[in-house]
Design a protein around this ligand. Structure first.
Ligand SMILES: [Zn+2]
Length: 317
């Protein structure tokens, strides 16, 4: 009390004015922010996929199922100064927390509590329909990383994937394991050709992810994908189903390795994938009982911000 009485009237007046200004400014700022972000913010507020803060904060801490090469501090500093590829969000989906913990700044977790199944190398006329049927039965949506040649050959399967609500991902034109080591023009032409083949089947769809063949990431491949508006998508759980270890082995690895935020690497093409399909009969009920199994967000057109239209990239249009 003594301190208050010692204050001069001028000091007290200034203090009151400062307090009033604070009271007036904060709601005004919030109101402007709410107007600017509009329904987008409202969508986030009611979205059921928002994970607890503790889960979303450091999902990669537990994402150790597959050891990855940590980039040097210099590379980390460089990539952190770059914008994110965008868009890792979607209609009625919250933006995913940033995750560049995969090789060369690729994403290796969902960053949320849900688990994402990903299927590479398709579409395939034998295994893709089987995988789609099982995913449909368990009401699970996944992410399909398509090879351009296969998309061109089986456009009806690309349409079936999209019709079931799955998310699309670019897996290169013809699965060139060394693509990332080639010149950036070669990489860009390859990814663009692949996107065009996919979009020829499903015009207007979003292709917001790129997965390098074999996970042979290079800084160049990640950079080109980012410039084209695609997030480089690595993984956290790898049952090595391409080695055809049998359905039991595939299911055991995935069921044991699933954890919040995990991205699971599977293949629905590129060889005998009946083991992978059969493993889904275990994975879908087992993992699905413990975690929400969901596709990565398909992506949305980049919204205008503060009156400025940010440039759109091919994968976002
Ligand atoms: Zn592949």
């Amino acid at each position: 009390m003594g301190q208050v009485n010692d204050e001069t009237p001028v000091k007290r007046r200034d203090a009151v004015l400062a307090w009033l200004r604070g009271r007036a400014v904060v709601p005004a700022v919030l109101a402007v922010a709410a107007i600017l972000t509009g329904a987008y913010s409202l969508g986030l507020a009611v979205d059921p996929y928002v994970a607890p803060a503790s889960t979303a904060a450091s999902p990669s801490a537990s994402a150790t199922a597959t050891p990855v090469t940590r980039p040097a501090a210099q590379e980390r500093a460089r990539r952190n100064s770059e914008p994110m590829a965008q868009p890792i969000t979607g209609p009625n989906r919250p933006p995913l927390p940033e995750d560049r913990n995969g090789p060369f700044g690729s994403r290796m977790t969902t960053g949320m509590s849900y688990v994402a199944l990903t299927f590479d190398d398709g579409p395939d006329p034998n295994y893709t329909p089987q995988a789609l049927a099982l995913l449909r039965r368990y009401e699970v949506r996944a992410t399909f990383c398509l090879v351009g040649e296969n998309a061109r050959r089986y456009p009806h399967l690309v349409r079936a994937i999209v019709a079931d609500g799955h998310t699309l991902c670019n897996h290169s034109w013809n699965h060139d394991f060394a693509l990332g080591a080639r010149g950036r023009t070669v990489i860009e032409n390859d990814l663009r050709r692949t996107n065009e083949a996919i979009l020829a089947a499903v015009p207007g769809e979003k292709i917001s992810y790129f997965r390098h063949p074999g996970g042979n990431w290079t800084p160049g491949a990640v950079a080109v994908a980012r410039e084209m508006g695609m997030t480089s998508l690595h993984w956290t759980v790898d049952p090595q189903d391409w080695t055809v270890p049998g359905a039991g082995s595939i299911a055991a690895t995935v069921n044991a390795g699933a954890h919040p935020g995990a991205i699971v690497l599977l293949h629905d093409a590129g060889g005998n994938r009946q083991g992978t399909v059969n493993a889904l009969r275990s994975i879908l009920p087992n993992v699905g009982r413990r975690f929400l199994l969901e596709a990565l967000p398909a992506g949305i057109d980049q919204p205008p911000r503060f009156g400025l239209e940010l440039p759109l990239h091919p994968g976002q249009i």
